[in-house]
Design a protein around this ligand. Structure first.
Ligand code: HEC
Length: 196
């Protein structure tokens, strides 16, 4: 009898623990760790591809030209990586420039956690999130020197003509005031097709 009680308590504890766990369906084919890494690879590819195109645009026409280039092509370029990778990819931010890139819900929560980790000089771990049966991977996007000319301080880092172009294209721009090595936003990679 006593043993039965102990067994039941242990079972209940295990049940509660497994209900609380955020991890996606364990019966699915690919392991969560592998999925996180696969998503990271896709996010890094997208980052490299955008970075390469951004550099080329700055070199060929200067910062102002690169802004209109980003404005017209950034989402399209990201989508093309998404197609090749068989995954959905978006860039979102708590201080977004393009209204379409606004972070919400668990994305915002992850951004807040990532900022805390960064402030404490800790590693920012990626995260898997399951929303309405879809699995997403979240990955941090940090600033470097290159970013500051378009995302830095309005009076000291961004030139007047660049600022004018930003104001023209993004009247509700929130994406300025950054220094280097700050969290500019996150990649959100939808991983369902990869899981299957
Ligand atoms: C030439 C100017 C320019 C530079 C340099 C630049 N960006 Fe941006 N960034 C933009 C523009 C313009 C957008 C809006 C793109 C759009 O409309 O989809 C943007 C959007 C973003 C977004 C999507 C979220 C949002 O705010 O809409 C992220 C994340 C981002 N940039 C990160 C970076 C990082 C990191 C760097 C440095 C490696 C960088 N950017 C360098 C101009 C720039």
């Amino acid at each position: 009898m006593k043993l039965n009680l102990i067994t039941s308590i242990i079972l209940i504890i295990i049940l509660i623990a497994s209900c609380k766990s955020k991890s996606p369906d364990p019966s699915a084919g690919i392991k969560d760790v592998d999925l996180i890494f696969k998503g990271k690879e896709i996010a890094m590819n997208a980052q490299a591809f955008l970075g390469k195109n951004l550099m080329a645009a700055i070199q060929s026409g200067g910062t102002e030209y690169a802004i209109s280039f980003c404005s017209e092509r950034a989402i399209e370029l990201t989508d093309s990586v998404a197609q090749v990778s068989n995954a959905g990819i978006r860039r979102v931010s708590d201080k977004n420039r393009n209204p379409m890139n606004k972070a919400s819900g668990s994305e915002l929560q992850y951004i807040q956690d990532a900022k805390k980790a960064l402030a404490a000089s800790e590693v920012i771990n990626p995260q898997l999130e399951v929303i309405e049966n879809k699995t997403y991977g979240y990955y941090p996007i940090l600033t470097n020197d290159l970013c500051i000319q378009c995302h830095g301080n309005k009076s000291t880092d961004i030139t007047e003509s660049t600022l004018a172009e930003l104001n023209r294209l993004y009247p509700e721009d929130k994406a300025t005031g950054y220094g280097v090595n700050e969290l500019r936003g996150i990649w959100v990679v939808e991983l369902d097709k990869i899981r299957k």
